[in-house]
Design a protein around this ligand. Structure first.
Ligand SMILES: [Zn+2]
Length: 377
């Protein structure tokens, strides 16, 4: 009776099918070149309309705290399966009648097609300029966007990077919100367009995003450990060459957006990763206070949740793995604040993380950027 077909033959796809037996599908995430466990997966099931299937994972608990994200329109829109539960190694799905293709993932996948749609929606705008940072190892164009004051004479420059770890897709929706905040006709948008030039690299690990890799703890080195003198990836090499030149003495702030682990401490609230230098930690806390006061979106943020250097996973032994983007950027002349944010995949202090709330958090970041830089400049 089984004519169920499961595949991952689309951008971002990732799954290994072990067995399909009646209504039970046994499967696991494809770790590829990841060192140790990680939990990203993204597949499509066809031929199951009207049936109820059990999906059972064999490699740990890669189902997040709101269950799988589900798309009934081939990945255009997503919803979580449930309210807050716990991580799990299985889920059950009742396929609606007529649901010929249903996509499931650990999160709400965001690939180049999403970015292209976003850019098309923005349309031509005098404060927006698209470019190519470089080609990836596999020859893909790596996007770069400049937004804000583009005439070469801004008061300050800000660099924004995302997907150093390619699986961390929820951060991409925040990038959209941040860009929107520059283009909106309100106080923040007008001030940012008058004073700030922002450079955005939306997919630092472009091949990983499109091919559905984990990216986190990639061997021999992940993209966010590749800012020592000899970068092995074209994207990190291009960023480390471009930023000092592009700065022109005005690069004041860098912002690197990530998603954390699946659940528990440090994984279910938004936070900044504390830098080791006290003066930088002070600026992170100051920006955090401003962000806390700027919040209008649904995702809570409290500067008290920032993770100081030396606590939990944020320790000096990571330095042995290679230099991260924010650590590298904090050493650039003129940079006053180099920070990284962790945005949970599903649950932020009880609030649901989804495309809309993560975008709204990006707009909160834009408002905070405005207030922080207005004070600083
Ligand atoms: Zn990350």
């Amino acid at each position: 009776m089984s004519n169920i077909r499961i595949d991952c033959s689309f951008p971002g796809g990732n799954i290994i099918i072990e067995d399909i037996d009646g209504d039970v599908v046994t499967l696991r995430q494809d770790r590829r070149d990841t060192e140790g466990f990680w939990f990203y997966w993204y597949f499509r099931a066809r031929g199951a309309a009207g049936r109820t299937l059990d999906f059972r994972f064999t490699d740990g608990k890669p189902v997040g705290v709101r269950g799988p994200a589900i798309s009934l329109d081939e990945g255009d829109t997503w919803a979580w399966a449930s309210g807050i539960t716990d991580i799990a190694n299985s889920f059950t799905f009742v396929f609606p009648e007529g649901a010929d293709a249903v996509r499931f993932s650990f999160g709400m996948p965001y690939t180049q097609a999403n970015w292209d749609r976003f850019i098309a929606r923005l349309g031509d705008h005098p404060a927006l300029s698209g470019d190519e940072l470089c080609r990836s190892r596999k020859g893909r164009p790596v996007e770069m966007l400049r937004v804000g004051r583009l005439d070469g004479d801004p008061l300050a420059r800000v660099a924004v990077t995302c997907r150093h770890h390619c699986c961390e897709m929820m951060a991409s929706y925040a990038v959209e919100g941040l860009i929107e905040s520059v283009l909106t006709n309100d106080d923040t948008g007008r001030w940012l367009r008058e004073n700030i030039e922002m450079l955005v690299v939306p997919f630092v690990d472009k091949d990983g995003v499109e091919e559905g890799d984990q990216g986190k703890n990639r061997r021999p080195r992940d993209h966010n450990r590749d800012y020592d003198a000899e970068s092995i990836y074209p994207e990190t090499k291009a960023i480390s060459e471009l930023l000092p030149e592009w700065s022109g003495g005005r690069l004041r702030m860098t912002l690197d957006l990530h998603c954390p682990g699946r659940s528990g401490d440090w994984n279910e609230h938004v936070y900044q990763v504390g830098r080791d230098r006290p003066e930088m930690w002070h600026e992170q806390q100051r920006f955090g206070g401003i962000l806390e006061a700027s919040r209008e979106g649904a995702l809570p943020y409290s500067a008290a949740n920032n993770l100081p250097f030396g606590e939990a996973w944020n320790a000096g032994q990571n330095y042995d793995l290679g230099c991260s983007f924010s650590r590298w950027a904090s050493g650039l002349p003129d940079v006053q604040l180099a920070t990284s944010f962790e945005i949970p995949y599903a649950n932020a202090s009880g609030a649901e993380v989804n495309a809309a709330t993560a975008r709204a958090f990006g707009r909160d970041l834009g408002r905070a950027l405005h207030r922080y830089l207005e004070q600083a400049l």
